[in-house]
Design a binder for this molecule. Structure first.
Ligand code: ADP
Length: 453
């Protein structure tokens, strides 16, 4: 017990004993000790009841009572209660202020924020921006199922995915020209946060960037063809002193032409949401073509093997798939020193998360890529070594093209590499992309054996 409370308790005990002793003395003096002591005891009891009433009053009073004055155990108890009440009021005030501040922040956000009850998927709360972006109205929409309220939006499946729901891009239910990006954030056991952001401007800027790159590349094509043509014309052996210069100019203009072609390919891939054509792509002739291309690039400097173990075809765009695979093969040759090995394998996928899938794998025994570069290697113009890439005639866009083509085919690119030992680029296709090979094609026979180019 704190000293102040202990002394109040002793003081009240002392007063009680003094009262009773005084009453006993008075009773003895007038010759009736027991009635006087009993009377005094009742008096003390009445006083205690009266103080108890004061304490109850403080506990139940709606208005603030002044702090007690005086000493004694009841006053001390009253004082402690008063102090507790003052502290609690302070805490409550601070909490309410904090809650108001948080609500003000959430209300002022430019993104729509909606609190949704997880099981019933009913709207619990939303901020101001949810009005203009999602068309929610207060208070009518509180407690209404979200899917029903935002009917035109394809939310039912998306909400069902819950925690795993990928951000969804969709038109606003109020204005189809506004594109919203929706995210679902589970923030407690039974509450979700739906955040909707207007991304129309971002998409517009992205489109402008794509158009700009596509237009510039397109405009560069014609002047480059002209320059190329004239260079060919000049280089007819008339000016032997200019030959090395002309050869370099031709090499560089060819590089530029390749760059423009790659940029145009990337723009085309980026601007299509789905594949232009979903055809059965015959893999046997494609593998033969890859082998021929590899042999032409290598010019006999590498051991090239092509294996067709899967014996199936793919569904997708033959042109895009060929562009992706030949980029990988070209890289393998370009980043492998003479005498190295390059192998292309088309095999069933043994990964557990891709049953029935297939892999096209390009492996080399070349320079390899340091692990730190792997996460960014598919970015445009990202190079491990700029000089090596330029020397080998690279545009810096090959792997970006590969990534986009695979994305359009819902396939994944996995890269394994070890510096000094080589790299493996594996394209994993799901079973939905696999088709049995037609008889005619199977009969023509494919490269199942190693080929030394
Ligand atoms: P580039 O035209 O420069 O080859 P890519 O996008 O095809 O551009 O490749 C990006 C970079 O990745 C290259 O510059 C190179 O450093 C590295 N790279 C790609 N393939 C391989 C490979 N098989 N072995 C080693 N490095 C590679």
């Amino acid at each position: 017990m704190p000293p102040r409370a202990r002394s109040a308790w002793f003081r009240t005990l002392g007063l009680l004993m003094l009262c009773m002793a005084g009453a006993a003395l008075l009773g003895l003096a007038i010759g009736h000790p027991w009635p006087v002591v009993t009377l005094a005891a009742f008096g003390v009891l009445a006083w205690h009841y009266w103080r108890l009433r004061r304490v109850l009053q403080r506990l139940t009073a709606r208005r603030r009572l002044p702090p007690p004055e005086g000493v004694g155990v009841w006053n001390e108890m009253d004082r402690l209660l008063h102090r507790g009440q003052v502290e609690m009021r302070g805490r409550k005030r601070r909490l309410v202020e904090m809650l108001r501040a948080y609500r003000a922040v959430a209300a002022a956000l430019p993104d729509a924020v909606v609190v949704v009850e997880r099981n019933s998927q009913r709207v619990q709360w939303f901020n101001q921006a949810a009005g203009p972006l999602l068309g929610l109205r207060y208070p009518g929409d509180i407690g209404v199922p979200l899917v029903q309220r935002l009917q035109p939006l394809p939310l039912a499946h998306w909400l069902a995915a819950g925690r795993n729901a990928e951000p969804l891009e969709t038109a606003s239910p109020l204005d189809p020209s506004v594109t919203l990006s929706l995210r679902l954030i589970p923030y407690s056991e039974n509450l979700w946060l739906l955040v909707a952001r207007d991304v129309s401007r971002l998409l517009q800027l992205e489109q402008m960037r794509r158009d700009f790159v596509a237009n510039v590349s397109h405009e560069l094509r014609t002047p480059l063809t002209v320059v190329h043509g004239y260079l060919d014309l000049i280089d007819d052996g008339q000016y032997p002193e200019l030959t090395p210069m002309l050869a370099e100019m031709q090499r560089q203009s060819q590089r530029m032409a390749q760059l423009v072609e790659d940029l145009l390919t990337l723009s085309r891939l980026e601007s299509q949401d789905g594949l232009p054509a979903e055809e059965q792509v015959a893999l046997a002739p494609m593998l033969s073509t890859l082998r021929r291309e590899a042999a032409a690039l290598s010019q006999g400097q590498h051991t090239i093997t092509v294996e067709d173990i899967a014996g199936v075809d793919l569904v997708g765009s033959g042109k895009e798939l060929h562009s992706a695979f030949s980029n990988l093969v070209a890289n393998a040759i370009r980043y492998t020193p003479a005498g190295g090995e390059v192998s292309v394998r088309f095999r069933p996928d043994d990964a557990k998360d891709n049953p029935g899938g297939v892999v096209l794998e390009v492996r080399d025994s070349g320079y390899g890529i340091p692990a730190a570069h792997l996460p960014r290697i598919t970015e445009r113009f990202y190079r491990v070594s700029t000089s090596r890439s330029r020397e080998s005639g690279g545009t810096g866009l090959g792997l970006a093209i590969v990534k986009h083509v695979l994305q359009l085919h819902q396939a994944r690119l996995k890269i394994r590499s070890e510096v000094g030992r080589g790299s493996t680029f594996a394209c994993h296709f799901s079973r939905d992309r696999v088709r049995p090979r037609s008889r005619a094609e199977a009969d023509t026979g494919t490269d199942t054996t190693g080929t030394h180019a």
